[in-house]
Ligand binder design. Structure first.
Ligand SMILES: [Zn+2]
Length: 411
């Protein structure tokens, strides 16, 4: 286990505000119901797996069909991003949030170059759900198993995840889109305003739509259509829709508005899942699970299940806010809060580290792992470590701030 090198996510992510972003959306009315979260105890399936949440496309044709598939048991790299900065002139405007944006985000231009570099270095995106699955042993006891991946010869598997894809209210007019929407073509687009206040509907300024387009142009960058893992909190809703409850407002008007936001986001969730995206919990309140009491961890998990799990469906993936492991440490012990998350169906628990570490726990059926962070911190100070993915000097966006001791770089 390598020690964490950065506490992730600025405190600004904890800004709690219930102000709506106030713009009429363009998403069509929903015409389906998303599946309710099931708390039914797991039963082994005919092939022995339980809690087998797999990517639907992964069992279908793997592109390109002509490639020879070979077994892969090596390290599956895992790289994660926050929402990239679309308008650097807003994010890097010298205000109190500038330093956080510089540290924890890449810009859209950097993000595009990083995807191109990953592709050029023969990485292929895989779905994290296909890397680990739960089985039952002869006595019926569950355990997690690392699957042997079948990938095109010469390719290297990578999981890509995206934290806090909530289009938080603190990000409004700070250089980011406002939310995801579905266009008339049925595809995902982003909606927002440019710095001049013009409405912008685009597929070129958001992490989701940029990756969708990249995979469409380079189908051999994705195994079975796998895209990214979207890690969601709940306190500002999800995907730019204010679906959260408010303990201070139980008025019918608030609930009616919340229900209309839920109706608008459901087709977005469905479209994302249909096109290879999948979801993880990132806690409801972006709380520090390392230091939280059991009752706080449990209450937060219950609220996430009710307000986010109910919208995205079952997931076995938990991505720690700040990379902070449950109960102070889940590497050497399995605490009460870890067991509670386990009882909710979570099996893979991801933190942050200096390599794509993973470990199957022995005393409970679970996996703990680390992800590497693609952001300003590592662009500035970890060029060598990330060279296997991209060269910071080549992807660097000159729009990043400079001229202060806060904004040095090691190359
Ligand atoms: Zn976060």
């Amino acid at each position: 286990m390598k020690k964490l090198i950065a506490a992730l996510c600025s405190a600004a992510f904890l800004t709690l505000s219930l102000t709506s972003c106030g713009d009429a959306g363009t998403a069509p009315a929903p015409d389906f119901e998303s599946p309710a979260y099931s708390e039914t105890p797991a039963e082994p399936t005919p092939d022995g797996t339980i809690h087998a949440i797999r990517s639907p496309a992964a069992t279908e044709a793997i592109s390109p069909a002509a490639d020879r598939l070979v077994p892969y048991d090596g390290i599956v790299e895992h790289l994660f991003f926050h929402t990239p900065i679309a308008y650097t002139e807003q994010a890097f405007d010298g205000d109190s949030q500038e330093e956080g944006f510089d540290m924890y985000m890449v810009t859209v231009e950097e993000y595009k170059k990083i995807l191109q570099s990953l592709y050029d270095k023969d990485y292929i995106i895989v779905n994290m759900n296909d890397v680990w699955n739960e089985y039952a042993d002869e006595s019926g006891s569950p355990y997690m198993k690392r699957e042997t991946l079948m990938i095109p010869e010469g390719k290297k598997p990578i999981i890509i995840s995206f934290d806090d894809i909530s289009y938080y209210e603190y990000m409004m007019d700070n250089g980011f889109p406002y939310r995801l929407i579905i266009g008339r073509d049925g595809d995902i687009w982003s909606y927002g305003k440019d710095p001049a206040g013009n409405e912008v509907i685009s597929q070129d300024i958001d992490c989701v739509t940029i990756l969708d387009k990249f995979v469409k142009d380079h189908p051999d960058f994705s195994l079975g259509g796998a895209k990214g893992l979207i890690c969601l909190t709940g306190y500002n809703g999800i995907l730019g829709y204010r679906t959260q409850t408010d303990s201070k407002d139980s008025s019918p008007e608030f609930e009616a508005r919340r229900q209309s936001e839920i109706a608008r986001v459901k087709p977005i969730v469905k479209r994302l899942k249909d096109t290879g995206w999948y979801f993880a919990s990132h806690s409801w309140g972006h709380i520090n699970l390392n230091t939280a009491s059991f009752s706080k961890s449990k209450g937060d998990a219950d609220r996430w299940m009710a307000e986010v799990g109910s919208l995205i469906g079952p997931t076995k993936l938990m991505v720690y806010p700040f990379g902070s492991r449950l109960d102070g440490d889940d590497v050497t012990k399995t605490g009460e809060a870890f067991r509670y998350y386990h009882s909710l169906g979570f099996r893979v628990f991801a933190s942050v580290g200096v390599e794509s570490y993973s470990k199957i726990k022995k005393e409970i059926s679970a996996v703990i792992c680390d992800r590497m962070h693609s952001d300003g911190v590592t662009l500035r100070h970890e060029r060598n470590r990330y060279m296997k993915f991209y060269d910071a000097a080549e992807v660097w966006d000159d729009a990043r701030p400079s001229g202060s001791s806060k904004y040095t770089r090691d190359w």
